[in-house]
Design a protein around this ligand. Structure first.
Ligand code: GDP
Length: 311
């Protein structure tokens, strides 16, 4: 039985679907947290309750802007998300932060959950922060994150940030559940372009070079120019948007407002061109097939006769 935050089992005296959904629509954070614990559960009765809840809330989802943020450990993701999050809540918005951590699928421990992260943001009632779910496979973690995202959306958050550790496997899954995918980089010594896989760059709608401050500023500017020319060689994902490279210092809260302005410009441009809704529709179809495949494979694997035959 999965423990809710605070150690309470998720399944004990769950409210009926309609009052559960109503509490989430009304912005009840405790109920939202319980609902996410429910979608993370693999128990069959929890799964059924989770599906009923998601179905009830689906009509309420769709208003939030979904932003993916990826970067290798140490580039400053939590510092950046805290700065961006505070910028947004100070501007009167409600935000949710979810994390996909592929390392937790392997080790059972989460590098995103270990640290005390986003301390200031986590004290703000307008911000809902959920550490990464543990799971056996990236596919399972990704599905639960997408469902958690829909719940946060239905709960009336204006922006949902989905964070992932950029070590190469989870970016595609996250890019497939968000409207805008942002790659966070930090200036390093030597050739900055080396470490980043082309495939990950192709997913990026926005590249932000963080740590553009102090001694690192010249290297950040060089990296910006390098990434701009590298992006120039790639085919844009949208007719209405070409990927941009911005500088920021999360530590000093510099360049955060301009990043948000470009995110809004992205949303406006894609909305005007019709690509915003089209991408969401395409994502829904691809998740439907993924869900269907998972469900069929899981039920086949649960069949004792088939398992015996496979052995
Ligand atoms: P994460 O592992 O990607 O979440 O990175 P953290 O947010 O934990 O940051 C890693 C380190 O980089 C910490 O020591 C931060 O203080 C530092 N850092 C984060 N953002 C900046 C920045 O804008 N400028 C500088 N100079 N350091 C930063």
């Amino acid at each position: 039985d999965p423990a809710a935050p605070g150690g309470r089992p998720a399944g004990r005296s769950l409210p009926d679907t309609e009052s559960f959904a109503a509490a989430i629509r009304a912005g009840d954070r405790r109920m939202l947290a319980r609902a996410i614990t429910l979608v993370e559960s693999t128990r069959a009765d929890h799964r059924a309750a989770a599906e009923a809840l998601l179905e009830a809330l689906l009509p309420d989802a769709g208003r939030a802007l979904r932003v993916g943020i990826s970067g290798t450990p140490g580039v400053g993701k939590s510092t950046f998300i805290e700065a961006l999050g505070l910028h947004l809540v100070d501007g009167g918005r409600r935000i949710a932060v979810l994390a996909v951590d592929p390392t937790s699928a392997r080790s059972g421990g989460s590098i995103l959950g270990d640290k005390t992260r986003m301390e200031q943001l986590s004290r703000r009632p307008e911000a809902f922060i959920r550490p990464s779910p543990a799971g056996r496979s990236l596919g399972g973690v990704a599905r639960r994150t997408r469902e958690a995202l829909l719940l946060c959306d239905a709960a009336g958050h204006d922006v949902v940030l989905v964070e992932t550790v950029g070590i190469g496997q989870s970016e595609t899954a996250v890019a497939d559940m968000v409207d805008l995918f942002m790659l966070l980089l930090a200036p390093g010594g030597g050739d900055d372009l080396q470490g980043i896989k082309r495939g990950v760059m192709e997913l990026a709608d926005l590249i932000v070079i963080n740590k553009a401050d102090g001694d690192l500023l010249p290297a950040a500017k060089t990296a910006q120019a390098d990434y701009r020319s590298a992006l120039g060689l790639m085919r844009p994902r949208f007719a209405a948007w070409k990927a941009e490279v911005l500088l920021a210092s999360a530590l000093r809260s510099e360049g955060i407002g301009p990043v948000w302005e470009r995110i809004e410009a992205f949303r406006q441009g894609l909305t005007d061109s019709g690509e915003f809704g089209r991408q969401r529709a395409d994502q829904a179809v691809s998740w439907m097939w993924r869900d269907l495949t998972d469900t069929v494979v899981e039920s086949l694997q649960a069949d004792a006769d088939l398992r015996a035959a496979a052995e």
